[in-house]
Design a protein. Structure first.
Length: 173
């Protein structure tokens, strides 16, 4: 059994008997499929919507996150997601919403361990310090080879003029 199925099986044991019977009855799945068809959601999106509904039903996700999760999962606009959420609330969540709310009320709010705070960014005193920081952050150029028609450096060095000649005049040959 893969990990996601194991998590779902474990979570089914943590929810109320009434909620567990409702989830296992699959009547909610038919309602979600109907809502998907009514809102012209393609099959891949319908599976995503069904998953999000199931996560709320088995209390893996709180109901308050449902709209954002569906919006993210399906990539739909706010109005369409609200319409879908209203339909799901009436047809799927309504019969067991009391059980879902009871579950979430009995879960203590987890207080995360204190997160170490980062030092605030200090503004630099001067322009020079800013430039110095930027220069330190840059990677050294190293040996960069620029392939300009395979020219060597010797070809690019101009020929030296003899002493006393004008460098701006062309030599007459």
């Amino acid at each position: 059994m893969d990990e996601s199925k194991e998590i779902i099986k474990e979570q089914l044991n943590n929810i109320s008997e009434n909620l567990r019977k409702y989830v296992l009855s699959n009547s909610w799945s038919e309602a979600v499929n109907r809502i998907s068809r009514q809102n012209n959601i393609l099959e891949g999106g319908a599976v995503g919507l069904e998953n999000e509904v199931m996560f709320v039903l088995i209390c893996l996700e709180p109901p308050k996150d449902f709209v954002e999760n569906v919006k993210r999962e399906l990539g739909l606009d706010e109005n369409t997601v609200r319409k879908i959420a209203d339909s799901v609330n009436g047809a799927v969540f309504a019969p067991v919403m009391k059980d879902i709310k009871t579950y979430w009320q009995n879960i203590p709010n987890e207080v995360p361990e204190e997160i170490p705070k980062e030092e605030p960014i200090k503004p630099y005193d001067s322009f020079e310090q800013t430039i110095l920081r930027q220069a330190q952050a840059m990677k050294p150029a190293g040996n960069r080879s620029m392939n300009y028609e395979s020219r060597s450096m010797e070809e690019e060095v101009p020929k030296q003029q003899p002493a006393g000649s004008d460098p701006y005049r062309e030599a007459i040959e």
